[in-house]
Write a protein that binds this ligand. Structure first.
Ligand code: SF4
Length: 72
């Protein structure tokens, strides 16, 4: 019998639909864009904090993103 896997926290930074890109003007830094078909092109709702989950109902985990332990 295997132990159940822990539920992955819904961190915006680990969302399958997140695309980080440079803003058109360098002074504005990085943009966090959503590629989900419902929000395509809009900024991700975030937040981008290590211990705060997103309230976004469209969140999905990045496939194969298990490179480091998840914060809790
Ligand atoms: S808005 Fe939602 S679906 Fe889009 S990247 Fe952010 S968390 Fe993911």
């Amino acid at each position: 019998m295997t132990a159940p896997s822990p539920v992955e926290p819904h961190l915006a930074a680990r969302c399958h639909y997140l695309k980080m890109t440079m803003a058109p003007r360098p002074a504005t830094g990085l943009l966090n864009l959503c590629t989900h078909i419902v929000r395509d092109g809009s900024e991700c709702v975030g937040p981008f904090l290590d211990d705060a989950e997103t309230a976004c109902g469209l969140w999905e985990p990045k496939p194969g993103d298990n490179s480091r332990p998840l914060p809790r």
